[in-house]
Ligand binder design. Structure first.
Ligand SMILES: [Zn+2]
Length: 279
């Protein structure tokens, strides 16, 4: 549950290109406000410029409470036709109000229209994120409109391998599977450790054809998973995606010599298919 900031700077806004102009808004809300303004233009009335606004560093009226415009969480559309304080029914037709309702129904109720507020607050130009809506809720709705979510905070570097690391399965295939970390997914508790580093070292030394660039960092991330996927494919385990060391893949690694102290020559004699594939 993440609360969106009550104030952002102009530089933190996303600039929405809407018919006739640009609306700066909070990046998380950009796909929603783009959909809203575009549909308003198409189904209610053409957007009027000047007269449409997004981000603005001001408080609500004469209060000291920041306006949702300051948070990039509000837009005004066709302000001259729909002044604050004038009931919406005086400036919109019933058909236009119905069309606005149809647009807002697309956003699961997280966007409210100032035209529904009682006098003297009523504000027919104004659309804003409802109080108490979390970032997660915004992103869930925004993702339906094909928008790019805001640039994610860069993931922290993987921690140095520590602790026991990988604890299973054993290499006869018994025990729980080990899951790796897919690209873009959070790391799992077991996805790093010295045992994974030994696995990487093994793969890199034995399968240089496709593993020579593997980084020996003890991190069962997407790169290691990619090598294991190739190893599995060449080992006749096509159902493996490399992101999960289950019984079959563990057994194949064992046959190939992992954690058996075998020389490369001895591993070759054992007939692991990848060795044949390298010739
Ligand atoms: Zn407004």
């Amino acid at each position: 549950m993440t609360v969106l900031p009550a104030r952002i700077t102009r530089a933190q806004c996303a600039d929405l290109a809407v018919p006739g102009g640009v609306l700066p808004v909070a990046p998380a809300l950009a796909p929603i406000f783009l959909d809203l303004a575009t549909r308003y233009h198409e189904t209610v009335e053409p957007l009027q410029w000047p007269g449409c606004w997004g981000w603005a560093d001001r408080n609500i009226g004469k209060t000291t409470k920041p306006s949702k415009h300051w948070a990039g969480q509000a837009i005004d559309l066709c302000a001259p036709q729909h002044p604050q304080g004038v009931p919406a029914l005086r400036t919109f037709s019933r058909a236009e109000i119905t069309a606005i309702g149809a647009i807002l129904a697309r956003y699961d109720g997280i966007i409210e229209w100032g035209g529904t507020w009682d006098l003297p607050d009523t504000d027919g130009m104004h659309y804003q994120l409802r109080d108490g809506v979390t970032l997660e809720q915004v992103l869930a709705v925004a993702s339906r409109f094909g928008g790019q979510p805001p640039a994610p905070v860069p993931a922290p570097a993987p921690p140095a391998p520590a602790g026991p690391g990988w604890t299973g399965p054993d290499l006869t295939g018994a025990g729980p599977s080990l899951r790796g970390q897919a690209a873009g997914q959070p790391q799992g508790p077991q996805s790093n450790g010295p045992r994974v580093a030994r696995l990487q070292e093994f793969l890199r030394s034995e399968y240089s054809l496709y593993a020579k660039h593997l980084v020996l960092d003890g991190w069962y991330g997407p790169q290691t998973a990619g090598v294991l996927d190739e190893f599995a494919r060449r080992s006749g385990i096509p159902e493996s995606d490399g992101l999960n060391i289950g019984p079959k893949l563990a057994a194949a690694l064992h046959r190939a010599g992992l954690e058996r102290g075998l020389s490369a020559a001895r591993a070759g004699v054992l007939g692991h298919v990848t060795r044949g594939a390298r010739r």
